[in-house]
Design a protein around this ligand. Structure first.
Ligand code: PMP
Length: 362
């Protein structure tokens, strides 16, 4: 608190990101990073951009990141989108922030699931967007019919976080069709882990001018450290985001990020290999945890959401931590007996299962 703070800053409740401990040798399963390295082509493209003397960094990057937008368009060639339908930003968190400001700030409150990515209500606080929390169903499912009411917009993470549950594309379409008067934001941070065929709502953008799909390279492309996210939607929605971006920071992506992200989007083979590896490990980890008596929600993400009827979640997290394994526990209503565990390498998953077996005394 300080007399120098604005009244807005006094009122803010900022987001608290998952811990990034500085300790070596941790089994870090708390922030849904990818356990595999990014595409070697992405790394090479960044090295090339940097050049021997780093001379290119003297110059500002392309404010429109055209090279990256072209790579995103090419990545989704089957959906026939154009560069004017693509927005890029400094992580999907920034893209989301601009969407709240540009498309969701109206007289009428927006609708959010009561359990979802906890940054959404933080943006509401920052930008003065009223929201109504719509309870998830008994099994944590998003019930589309509950969103059939007057609203200034809807934001749904699909798969949802921290549950990992996927809403089928047909349900997303029902949500869009029932809310044509407002913008529906689908946050697809984890969608690439959603199945053999990726069930992305980008397939619907050319039919629904009210749909904005937000994506990130942090998870399936293993580039959380680069900070690149993007949105795909009708060009009028994208124009709104560009207007906010150009009233805030013209150069949200630096030269290395543009080069690395464009190469990562082009390397579909690497994406396919790593996302399948994560999905396979997820199936095996789920089976192993169920064998130890855990209930595991069916996950379409690179994490699982799980509970054990006989063991307190906070206690389990603390005991794992003593063994250098960190997972995420949320002290929130309805989910305080669950743990969110990122899918690591198979070796990391085995260490986790071994530790839990020991803690449970099995
Ligand atoms: N959406 C969801 C649902 C997330 O879990 C995250 C990661 N915390 C993000 C968006 C933001 O990801 P990033 O800013 O790294 O793109």
């Amino acid at each position: 608190m300080s007399q120098y703070w604005s009244s807005l800053v006094h009122r803010l409740t900022p987001y608290v990101p998952g811990e990034q401990p500085k300790l070596p040798n941790l089994v870090k399963l708390n922030t849904n990073e990818n356990p595999y390295p990014p595409s070697p082509h992405a790394v090479a493209a960044m090295q090339e951009e940097l050049g021997a003397a780093g001379a290119t960094l003297r110059l500002y990057p392309d404010p429109n990141a055209d090279r990256l937008k072209d790579a995103i368009v090419a990545h989704f060639v089957e959906f026939s989108i154009t560069p004017t339908q693509v927005f890029v930003g400094n992580g999907s968190d920034e893209v989301l922030a601009h969407a709240f400001m540009a498309l969701l700030k109206h007289e009428t409150p927006i609708l959010l699931p009561d359990i979802s990515y906890s940054f959404y209500p933080v943006y509401c606080g920052l930008y003065g967007v009223e929201h109504v929390a719509i309870p998830l169903g008994e099994n944590f499912e998003v019930r589309v019919d509950d969103y059939a009411r007057k609203n200034g917009g809807i934001v749904v993470a699909n798969p949802n976080a921290p549950t990992g549950l996927l809403l089928p594309l047909a349900e997303i379409e029902r949500l869009l069709a029932a809310n044509r008067q407002s913008v529906v934001v689908i946050d697809e941070a984890y969608i690439d882990f959603g199945g053999q065929v990726i069930p992305t709502a980008i397939a619907l953008v050319n039919r629904y001018p009210n749909l904005l799909v937000i994506r990130t390279l942090s998870k399936s492309h293993s580039l959380a450290g680069l900070r690149v996210g993007y949105a795909v939607g009708n060009s009028l929605l994208i124009e709104a985001l560009e207007r906010v971006k150009n009233s805030f920071n013209s150069y949200p992506l630096d030269r290395l990020a543009i080069a690395g992200a464009a190469a990562a989007m082009a390397d579909k083979e690497h994406l396919e290999k790593t996302r399948l590896a994560v999905m396979n490990s997820r199936a095996e980890l789920t089976a192993n945890l169920e064998g130890l008596g855990f209930e595991v929600l069916p996950s379409a993400a690179n994490f699982i959401f799980t509970r054990h009827a006989q063991h307190d979640a906070a206690q389990l997290a603390a005991e794992l931590r003593q063994r250098q394994i960190i997972v995420r526990h949320f002290k929130l209503p309805r989910i305080d007996q669950h743990l969110r565990i990122t899918i690591g390498t198979d070796a990391q998953c085995q260490v986790l299962v071994g530790a839990l077996r020991e803690i449970l005394g099995q």
